[in-house]
Design a protein around this ligand. Structure first.
Ligand code: PUT
Length: 283
């Protein structure tokens, strides 16, 4: 019998972020509890360990903003590494760039991939069958540690929150490997949590990325289903703040198909640093 409709909530520090809907599949993988829901407002969605990850009619808020500032600004985009990203949305947005010739995606949890393909096929779209796309179900931290120096033009971290299997995606050793993997002119991108709900985690990430890469800037936007709805992505590059300026030719290829991201939106989002966060980052 189908689960009855009700409220599905992410509960975080005394606040509930919820959608009306019902659970259609739930299973403990070796790494986490994977839940697929069907909601009235945003369609089918995915939670990991009870935390919102994505939903069919909202994922663009997140994936477009994580991908295009990096793919529009790296010196080249021939080789891309995505760590995490098991729903396929980040890979899908990367593969809209015709300059991408080879994309490695390393996702730790095979159940996330399997259920995203089965229940959320529009999120990955054509990525799963694109000949440029190479999926490894395995440990992205080990992949970053073992890949050769200067083997990617862009490295993107699309992890869950810093607890459970994603914890190791938020530390210095991992970021140092990500920097080592970049070719000259390369760009690094990561989701960097909410400046409101996860303020201290967010600040620590931006500071650490500045130390490791030399240049790093957060960009602020909205993912309404995530805690506080207010989200951030941080971009870093060893050779300067090149991620601030999208290449107009590359941007023109993808911008028309975007719901949120555009070069103009991006300019505002990099400028929209909350005053107190800016003070804290400059201390
Ligand atoms: N990749 C999803 C980001 C985490 C949202 N809580």
């Amino acid at each position: 019998m189908a689960n009855p409709p009700g409220w599905i909530d992410e509960v975080f520090e005394g606040v509930r972020y919820g959608l009306a809907g019902r659970v259609i599949a739930e299973q403990a993988s070796p790494f986490q509890t994977v839940t697929i829901i069907e909601s009235e407002r945003y369609g089918k969605g995915l939670l990991l360990d009870g935390c919102w990850m994505t939903a069919e009619r909202q994922e663009r808020h997140y994936h477009e903003c994580l991908v295009h500032p990096a793919l529009c600004s790296a010196a080249a985009v021939e080789r891309v590494l995505v760590i995490g990203g098991g729903d396929g949305g980040t890979a899908r947005e990367c593969l809209r760039h015709p300059g991408v010739r080879h994309l490695d995606m390393v996702e730790i949890d095979g159940l996330v991939v399997e259920w995203s393909q089965q229940h959320l096929p529009t999120i990955g779209g054509g990525c799963w069958s694109d000949p440029r796309f190479h999926l490894t179900v395995g440990d992205g931290i080990a992949w970053a540690a073992n890949a050769p120096d200067a083997s990617y033009d862009v490295v993107i971290v699309d992890g869950s929150d810093p607890a459970g299997p994603a914890e190791g995606l938020f530390n210095r050793a991992f970021f140092e490997h990500c920097r080592r993997l970049l070719r000259p002119g390369g760009v690094f991108a990561t989701q960097s949590e909410s400046p409101e709900a996860f303020r201290e985690v967010h600040l620590a990430m931006v500071r650490l990325l500045r130390e490791v890469f030399g240049h790093a800037d957060p960009m602020y936007g909205w993912v309404p289903m995530y805690p506080s709805g207010w989200w951030s992505w941080t971009f870093a590059a060893p050779d300067g703040r090149r991620y601030l300026e999208p290449d107009s030719v590359r941007a023109a290829v993808v911008a028309d198909g975007c719901e949120i991201w555009s070069p103009r939106w991006q300019r505002g989002a990099f400028e929209a640093v909350p005053a107190a966060i800016e003070r804290d980052l400059n201390r």
